[in-house]
Design a protein around this ligand. Structure first.
Ligand code: HEC
Ligand code: HEC
Length: 251
């Protein structure tokens, strides 16, 4: 009798150990089999995946995006908790793709359809012909951006000139669209949402972006992290940028 009970206890212990050890495996298989665009319908799975991703985020991503995911304006690492997306609309599949292949990472599948040209140089853009701008013209465009952001331009006449540069000679509309709301297919950010990748949104910071150009890099993680970990990271970022209260409000 005693021996039987011991045997049963050992059996139970083995069973529990196997179950606990295979939990991450079960989670990974479930994660990978799910349609990433329907994952948000499984909040429990999303929550467990995010829990698994948290230490990986801390180790691989926090140096650039910050421990609080709020980004870093000195290197143009975006805030991953806001509703503003450089690429896509914040769907899990879109976030997952960015994490897997990176942005201007050198991976063949990376996101790299455009860069911010260097308008103060003689040849602003290697990929197509664009007109260089003088410092005065750049200042005019800065004033136009201040105006469309609802801030007071330093000179209304300059903002007016900046508008025609933006929509014509400067070619800004081509990537940022003519209403300056940006194009999240080519990765040109909105210039009127009060969210700045680089610097503090001051006229000097905006001037620097236009004059010297920008080409932020996010590394590719495919091959370095497993597909399940990459999806878990996407779930983590998704949850941080879509807090449950906001989801409730959306219904
Ligand atoms: C070396 C710095 C660096 C590291 C490390 C890094 N990133 Fe990035 N990440 C960036 C930069 C810079 C951008 C913006 C690129 C651009 O300007 O388009 C970015 C963009 C992104 C975006 C796109 C956001 C949007 O608005 O579309 C996501 C998502 C992202 N990173 C997630 C991650 C995750 C998850 C990790 C860790 C696995 C990570 N990044 C590690 C620098 C980094
Ligand atoms: C060929 C496409 C292209 C053109 C043309 C272009 N931009 Fe950009 N711009 C971008 C991209 C892409 C980024 C984001 C770079 C990054 O993420 O590192 C950007 C970033 C910026 C930023 C920084 C935004 C931030 O959040 O910090 C400013 C300001 C800006 N552009 C203004 C302009 C103005 C003004 C013009 C016209 C004179 C212009 N751009 C023309 C592609 C373009």
């Amino acid at each position: 009798m005693k021996g039987k009970r011991r045997l049963a206890l050992i059996g139970l212990a083995i069973g529990v150990t196997v179950a606990v050890l295979s939990l991450p495996m079960i989670l990974n298989v479930t994660l990978l089999q799910a349609d990433p665009d329907r994952l948000q319908e499984q909040p429990a799975l999303l929550a467990v995946a995010a829990l698994e991703a948290r230490p990986v985020y801390r180790q691989k991503c926090a140096t650039c995006h910050g421990a609080d995911l709020k980004g870093d304006h000195t290197i143009g690492a975006p805030d991953l908790t806001d509703a503003e997306w450089i690429y896509g609309q914040g769907r899990i599949a879109e976030i997952e793709r960015t994490i897997a292949y990176g942005i201007r990472s050198g991976h063949p599948k990376t996101r790299n359809l455009s860069l911010m040209p260097t308008f103060a140089s003689a040849k602003p853009y290697a990929r197509e012909t664009l007109n260089p701008l003088t410092p005065t013209q750049i200042d005019d465009v800065v004033d136009y951006i201040l105006a469309i952001e609802g801030r007071t331009p330093r000179s209304a006449a300059a903002a007016q000139r900046g508008q025609s540069l933006f929509l014509g000679y400067g070619g800004c509309y081509d990537c940022h669209t003519s209403d300056a709301r940006g194009d999240n297919f080519v990765g040109a950010p909105s210039l009127r949402d009060h969210v700045w990748l680089y610097g503090d949104g001051s006229p000097a910071a905006i001037f620097a972006s236009i004059a010297r150009g920008r080409a932020g890099v996010c590394p590719a993680w495919t091959g370095r992290l497993s597909p399940a970990t990459i999806r878990a990271l996407a779930a983590f970022v998704y949850r941080k940028s879509h807090p449950p209260s906001a989801q409730d409000r959306r219904g």
